[in-house]
Design a protein around this ligand. Structure first.
Ligand code: TXA
Ligand code: MG
Length: 315
């Protein structure tokens, strides 16, 4: 297994690609969150993702591709899968039957006969994957159970400077991709994410079902407690003295540490700000973060999913 990387900062896509080709880890930006990347065909490199994140078990990882040709070497695309894939690049991950000869390290897919794939909508990410010439396994670049990072600085802080980061500035979307599993003629959402279910339904003219909470098909990584800040969280709440407050829309006056996800009540803006503002309120040192109610429509589904996990009892 490779040694923890030094705090060497790759200043270019070529430098980051060189690290990844040597079997090292390198964090990189996507439009959703920063990913902790490894060459998905290199088992040792993929294992060091689990090690570095402290991921409690070998949860399958999302495999990032540069283009459809690369994706097609990894999985079987049904006609319906192909229609969904036409929406790539984007914040949408497809779970498809794996091709037996796909070259992926078993640990990357946790030995499943399916594989989760996406083509990120981010110039640096696409250039990086193309420069490596192999698909990249990349979970969010945070220690397991902590907040996902939307800036390079959050990645550096999260891993104490031990992980090299290709800096691409703040992520546009700010929450992870939506995960859809193609089951015959059905689409099933396993994880709400940075695109709204309604948007996919409208673009494809196909209903997207939502996986039951405890369904066997649910993404195995969807642990109840996840995305946890240090502070405890109170949802749908008004802030009390001594707490920090994460507001949405019209906010009451508040004397303590406070951020507003979107004063205008815009859910895209709120999704983009979610993890960063939780990081900031956490850094302010409050023991409790009170969070205003967020509407469940559109991207609100993904935002509320992350908030419920952040608020879940820690185990
Ligand atoms: O936006 C994103 O998706 C980010 C960026 C970096 O691309 N990545 C990300 O990866 O969120 P990660 O590893 O944190 O989440 C992967 C999720 C987990 O919940 C995992 O269980 C699920 O995808 N998953 C992976 N392979 C799967 C499969 N074959 N079937 C069902 N779920 C799968
Ligand atoms: Mg994650």
């Amino acid at each position: 297994m490779s040694e923890p990387s030094m705090s060497y900062e790759p200043k270019s896509v070529a430098a980051a690609a060189a690290l990844l080709r040597e079997g090292k880890l390198c964090a990189f930006p996507t439009e959703t969150v920063y990913g902790l990347g490894a060459d998905a065909t290199d088992a040792d490199a993929v294992l060091s993702i689990y090690e570095t994140k402290g991921r409690p078990r070998f949860n399958p990882l999302i495999i990032h591709c540069a283009d459809l040709a690369m994706a097609e070497t990894l999985a079987e695309f049904s006609p319906l899968a192909r229609r969904v894939a036409a929406l790539w690049p984007g914040s949408l991950t497809l779970v498809l039957p794996a091709r037996p000869d796909n070259g992926l390290a078993d640990v990357a897919t946790a030995g499943l006969d399916t594989v989760a794939i996406r083509i990120p909508d981010h110039k640096l990410a696409l250039e990086l994957i193309a420069a490596v010439g192999h698909p990249l396994a990349a979970p969010s670049a945070n220690p397991s159970g902590r907040l996902s990072p939307t800036t390079a600085e959050q990645v550096r802080r999260g891993f104490g400077g031990k992980v090299p980061v290709l800096d691409g500035g703040p992520c546009r979307a700010g929450v992870e991709s939506m995960i859809i599993r193609v089951e015959g003629e059905r689409l099933v959402q396993l994880r709400a994410g940075a695109v709204a279910r309604e948007e996919i339904e409208r673009k494809l003219g196909v209903v997207v079902a939502v996986a039951a909470k405890d369904a066997a098909v649910a993404a195995p990584g969807m642990l109840a407690s996840h995305y946890a800040p240090n502070a405890l969280m109170r949802l749908n709440a008004e802030p009390q003295a001594g707490e920090a407050f994460l507001a949405f829309g019209n906010a009451p006056e508040f004397a303590g540490p406070m951020r507003n996800l979107s004063a205008a009540g815009d859910l895209h803006e709120a999704a983009r700000n979610l993890f960063s503002m939780l990081h900031e309120l956490d850094a302010a040192g409050a023991e409790v973060i009170a969070v205003a109610p967020i509407p469940e429509a559109g991207l609100g589904e993904a935002i509320n999913d992350r908030l419920v996990r952040a608020a879940a009892p820690r185990g």
